[in-house]
Design a protein. Structure first.
Length: 277
């Protein structure tokens, strides 16, 4: 499919969605987007800036949730105009979707809400490309039903994003087979940072295994994904949300360079699994 004017999926080059988990300030958003944009341009890949204006699914009600709708959209508008990159944010059941769609280029649906039919169809009706986070409780083949719900009310411009499957208490695993399975429904994005999250692992907050981000990102690109999602922060240890599973911004160029090289190698001669079905 085309995403923001670029061909994605199949044997097309990967794209990247990256930014802080939650918007903390205008300057942080500009710094992160401004750091990654030239890297993506040098590598010849599409870059979409990611930032949440409200994180409704925090472990504790006392945790930082973001600047809110009005403040968050102002930050995203500034990033679009000053840095010149498309932007992505997530929405919830009580989000005024029309207001978000007026600013945001790609809308993301939270994993916990992927089975909510009315919500998913309302988001599809915005007319924006949608990055659908796969529920931590959903098998890869069940996500075909989610895409069917959305294509029933709007043209297909949907992505499926793998963010790990619940495996025991406070742990997630990523099944690389699922990335290939879900390709039949929509272009697949791999969330390299939430997949290493340890949900609720710190009691009132989630933990994470930051050192495993490059491990799983390389594996997913080797599996032939369409894009990679990663949360990055200049100082993850001081991030207001999801610091333990965020990539330090200083390592973004090294990791993306490796992923792009690997992507080109994997897709050069086609994906053999497509011939073995």
């Amino acid at each position: 499919m085309k995403l923001l004017g670029r061909d994605i999926g199949g044997l097309n080059p990967i794209f990247v969605i990256a930014g802080p988990d939650t918007l903390e300030s205008e300057q942080l958003a500009l710094d992160v987007a401004g750091h990654i944009k030239p890297i993506a341009e040098k590598l010849g890949i599409l870059y979409i800036f990611k930032g949440s204006f409200d994180k409704a699914n925090r472990s504790s009600h006392k945790s930082y949730r973001g600047p809110g709708l009005e403040g968050g959209l102002k930050i995203m508008e500034k990033v679009k105009k000053q840095i010149g990159v498309p932007v992505l944010t997530d929405v919830h059941e009580d989000t005024p979707l029309a207001e978000v769609a007026a600013v945001i280029d790609v809308i993301q649906t939270p994993a916990f809400l992927c089975r909510q039919t009315n919500f998913m169809q309302n988001v599809a009706r915005t007319g924006r490309p949608i990055n659908v986070k796969k529920g931590q409780f959903m098998s890869p083949w069940e996500m075909g039903n989610v895409i069917d719900k959305m294509t029933a009310v709007a043209p297909h411009q949907f992505l499926l994003c793998e963010r790990g499957f619940s495996f025991g208490y406070n742990n997630l695993v990523a099944d690389m087979r699922g990335l290939a399975i879900m390709r039949k429904y929509a272009p697949v994005v791999f969330d390299a940072t939430h997949t290493v999250q340890l949900p609720g692992g710190q009691g009132t907050a989630s933990g994470g295994m930051r050192e495993m981000i490059p491990v799983l990102a390389r594996a997913a690109v080797g599996a032939g994904v369409a894009g990679v999602f990663m949360e990055t922060h200049p100082n993850p240890d001081s991030a207001l949300c999801d610091g333990p599973n965020s990539l330090p911004l200083q390592h973004a160029e090294s990791l993306l360079t490796t992923l792009v090289e690997l992507d080109r190698l994997v897709k050069r001669n086609g994906l053999l699994e497509d011939q073995l079905k």
